[in-house]
Design a protein. Structure first.
Lengths: 261, 261
DNA sequence: GAGTGGTCTAGACCACGAC
DNA sequence: TCGTGGTCTAGACCACTCG
């Protein structure tokens, strides 16, 4: 089961670069040059051990580098594979425009339908709670808020989970406090209830996921999350909702339009 | 040199969870609860080996998990430390507004001054080249482009590097093709040359850095990059510049404003 | 020099997946 | 059953930092 010679290089014993880094470099170069493509199986640990004449831990060290870079994923009992790049969803900056709500659709559904993919929501949870310091500050320090948690899936894959927070005086007793907020989502209900929306502020960060986020989004090693915090303002300048969203970074590209004036 | 008992838990031999994951869980919990703070030194590998009664590789495995999560950084010969969170720069959605340019400042400088930090630019490189397929498509398929590469540092730390691409017919022979494009940067020069800017489109992705990007930005393990591609349009609807930026994700928060209409 | 993490070896046994 | 990766051991030597 020898590897084709020339597929991977040979080690440079004179190099200062650690052996496992050299092996990682060889594999990365092979991936970059297309000798291994998305979903392809990389040589097994045993094959790499034999090819390079090193111990197994050295080979595993090399492979773990590639996994940390998001280039490879291992599957127990099957092998190590070039990580497939899932299709990305492009979130446009007009995704909360009223014309989409007016069609009776929520923002997530609008995007999914436009892309021709199947979307689902699960894990819906609606409850009243005491806001975190951050959420409280953004909403003008309400004592309690309504929290709406849910997870979104595209073609069966979880891609984001989000929590909307609304001041209780706005949400309590409305359909917003119901599991199903009705067509157009909570933004449509807010406007019906006299909170005409003016604009949204979004803050974007990227970081590595917590173990809980890895579970929620089924994230492979080497895949960061995008953390998006959106605040909705009505025409009176009041913050009426804060939405905290954690997204699988390999599933999205966010698009915005900026003024030049 | 025994660790204070109770600082870290003890292993649960009946658990299915791997020993190194249990150790990582203990350390993570201690960090989350503030028993170790930013910049604090974690117990040394030797101390952890003695405390848990496991081999060194098991301890190193646990520590590498925390590093992959961006929670810890190791320093050769010193120890493993809780990763310090650098101050983030907030990039506002009006950062390319004309009023900032009119003051003779570039966008990066405006942000830096507002935050009261020292900013530098290095590695400036200006050259004509054949555009990549992606850049070419965004710019309306010019045969050649002017590329302006540079790296930005805040208080001495590299935080982003960027390349601006402009169609040659726009840039050649202007101050845009000079190392120093003059006050207000290339956007000011574009407007002087009759390309009045209308708006910018920005696309945002997040991913793990390539080894080259790790070097350029001095990134710790477990820190992703934000990849931002901005296209500038003039009032005639022509794409006059594409700027490709790679940013250390732990140094920025991006802010945008979205219309509700 | 003492303590730290970085690299590497040569094994072992286990859990999972495919045939 | 066999090949795969997952976990773990018990060492070794090295490079770096600090006092």
């Amino acid at each position: 089961m020898a590897l084709p010679s020339g597929l991977l290089g040979t080690l440079d014993p004179t190099s200062d670069r650690a052996v496992f880094r050299q092996i990682a470099d060889h594999l990365r170069e092979s991936i970059d040059k297309g000798r291994f493509r998305e979903g392809d199986k990389l040589p097994s640990e045993t094959e790499l051990v034999e090819h390079y004449g090193v111990s197994r831990m050295t080979v595993r060290n090399a492979l773990s580098i590639l996994q940390g870079e998001g280039l490879a994923v291992s599957e127990h009992g099957r092998g190590v594979f070039v990580r497939p790049r899932p299709p990305v969803r492009r979130l446009a900056s007009d995704r909360f425009a009223r014309r989409h709500r007016d069609q009776g659709k929520s923002a997530f559904t609008v995007e999914a339908e436009a892309a021709g993919v199947h979307s689902e929501v699960d894990g819906l949870e609606v409850k009243e709670e005491k806001p975190s310091q951050d959420v409280s500050a953004r909403l003008g320090s309400p004592r309690k808020v309504l929290a709406r948690r849910r997870r979104y899936l595209i073609d069966g894959r979880p891609v984001e989970f989000a929590t909307s927070y609304l001041p209780l005086d706005i949400a309590r007793g409305t359909q917003i406090a119901e599991p199903n907020p009705g067509p157009g989502g909570i933004y449509a209900r807010l406007e019906e209830n006299g909170h005409r929306l003016d604009h949204f502020d979004e803050e974007i960060r990227a970081r590595m996921p917590s173990p809980q986020e890895v579970r929620m989004l089924h994230l492979a090693t080497g895949v960061p999350v995008i953390h998006l915090i959106r605040t909705a303002y009505d025409t009176e300048g009041r913050a009426v909702e804060v939405c905290d969203t954690v997204m699988a970074a390999d599933a999205f590209v966010l698009a915005y339009q900026l003024p030049a004036t």
